[in-house]
Design a binder for this molecule. Structure first.
Ligand SMILES: *[C@@H]1O[C@H](CO)[C@@H](O)[C@H](O)[C@H]1NC(C)=O
Ligand SMILES: *[C@@H]1O[C@H](CO)[C@@H](O)[C@H](O)[C@H]1NC(C)=O
Length: 427
């Protein structure tokens, strides 16, 4: 019998239904909870309670049957391929996907940063570029010695900001699937205000998420892309000279923090290939990149928003679930070997995946362009990069988009209460 998963600290209770067909799994929740109440009850109350349970049981059963019948007829109408049973989430995979193998290391890294320890080489590099930026602003009057720079009054202001932002971010990092319903408040409100509107919970009517795949060059989707209320572009991909293929409008620039890290080396943190007024939404690949964020935030006219860490955790789990599933199905190897095949703790969802997730939260309709690959197409439409990065599992992400397009539920870790907007994928 499938189990309901529950993490030790209670904050991460998974209310994922293991199998829509299996009413025992469904009933596991009320029975587990009621056991505690039944024991101390008086004898006279017990039979009554038993009858109540049976009534609840039958009611649940009949409602589920009705819902199922509706689902089947909806599926028939939309001519979606009907399978014998609805898809089932695998409890082992759910549990595995919920384990963050990089967590301990990441906590240590954050603590070191908060303590002012820029030990590792990568962080040293971040720091050096940050120092260069500050020097270009205030002249080279500070010592090249890192601790001395840390103590300088100019630096100190950023240092305090950095610690505060990083600290708040780290504290919020946990699993909370309801975060999907908060994206309008977290992201859209700031953007609305920036555009001179009152922040509203109404979703955008339509959004286009434009990936950077070379398949965009095979079609002329430019006009169609620009016809959406909101166009989300990824990682500062160039649109100049490609307008016919990729459109020219950009409403949100979605980037990973490596991109801002590169921008931070330029004068004034220049990071606006789509214009200074386009809001940036960024996810943090490395906590050290908060250095770039604190320095660049004040120089940006349009909002520079960091994705909520709870949203990051949700995206990570979903992609990891699909990746694990694909791994065991395609290789037949045990789950334990997944980690070495996907760079273990470095494994990460792609920017595109999180941009699609963002669109699901803030848009009534979502169109996806430039995701996917073909042998005849370049990896990126705008670069000559050949290989895909190993730490992403694009195939697993395509499977996720495929489920979105087919309206296939359940999606692992996504609350059933969250209403998914219709998704169309253009290839
Ligand atoms: C869930 O996945 C694990 C790992 O691949 C597998 O061993 C197990 O049989 C699966 N369980 C079900 C019910 O399919
Ligand atoms: C970033 O800048 C905006 C606008 O200047 C400001 O409202 C916001 O508080 C800043 N964020 C942080 C974390 O400092």
């Amino acid at each position: 019998m499938p189990k309901v998963l529950q993490d030790k600290d209670g904050s991460e209770t998974l209310t994922v239904k293991i199998s829509p067909n299996d009413f025992w799994a469904h009933l596991a929740i009320p029975i587990d909870c009621s056991v505690k109440h039944v024991l101390p009850m008086k004898r006279s109350v017990r039979p009554l309670f038993g009858v109540l349970l049976v009534v609840v049981f039958i009611a649940t059963l009949s409602i589920r049957t009705m819902v199922r019948r509706d689902l089947v007829s909806i599926e028939l109408e939309s001519r979606v391929l009907i399978q014998d049973s609805l898809p089932v989430l695998n409890a082992t995979l759910l549990k595995y996907a919920a384990t963050d193998i990089g967590e301990e290391r990441s906590k240590q890294e954050i603590q070191q940063l908060l303590d002012g320890n820029f030990g590792s080489q990568a962080r040293q590099r971040t720091f050096v570029s940050w120092r260069r930026f500050i020097h270009s602003d205030v002249g080279d009057k500070y010592s090249k010695n890192v601790p001395a720079t840390l103590r300088s009054p100019f630096f100190h202001r950023y240092w305090l900001d950095f610690r505060k932002v990083l600290h708040d971010w780290a504290r919020k990092k946990r699993f909370q699937p309801n975060i999907m319903s908060e994206l309008t408040r977290l992201v859209k409100h700031s953007i609305d205000k920036h555009n001179g509107l009152v922040g509203s919970d109404e979703r955008y009517l339509s959004c286009a998420v434009v990936g950077n795949s070379g398949i965009l060059l095979n079609k002329d989707y430019g006009e169609l892309i620009d016809s959406h209320e909101v166009v989300i572009r990824l990682n500062n991909a160039r649109v100049g000279n490609f307008e016919k293929k990729v459109g020219s409008k950009t409403s949100i620039s979605f980037v990973n923090s490596n991109i801002l890290h590169l921008c931070a080396r330029r004068a004034g943190c220049y990071c606006h290939p789509y214009g200074q007024n386009v809001p940036i939404v960024m996810y943090m690949c490395q906590p050290a990149h908060f250095l770039d964020y604190t320095v660049c935030n004040s120089s940006h006219k349009a909002p520079l928003l960091v994705t909520d860490p709870r949203f990051d955790v949700l995206c990570s789990r979903i992609v990891k679930y699909y990746s694990l599933k694909r791994f065991v199905e395609e290789t037949g190897k045990p789950l334990e070997e997944w980690s070495s095949a996907h760079d273990g703790s470095l494994f990460h969802y792609s920017s595109g995946m999180q941009a699609v997730m963002l669109a699901l939260g803030i848009c009534d309709k979502v169109s996806i362009f430039g995701f996917g690959k073909s042998v005849s197409a370049k990896h990126h439409y705008h670069t000559n990069q050949k290989a895909e990065l190993h730490l992403h599992d694009y195939e697993a992400e395509y499977q996720f988009y495929h489920d979105l397009v087919n309206g296939q539920r359940p999606i692992p870790f996504l609350s059933e209460k969250f209403k998914l907007p219709p998704v169309v994928m253009y290839q």
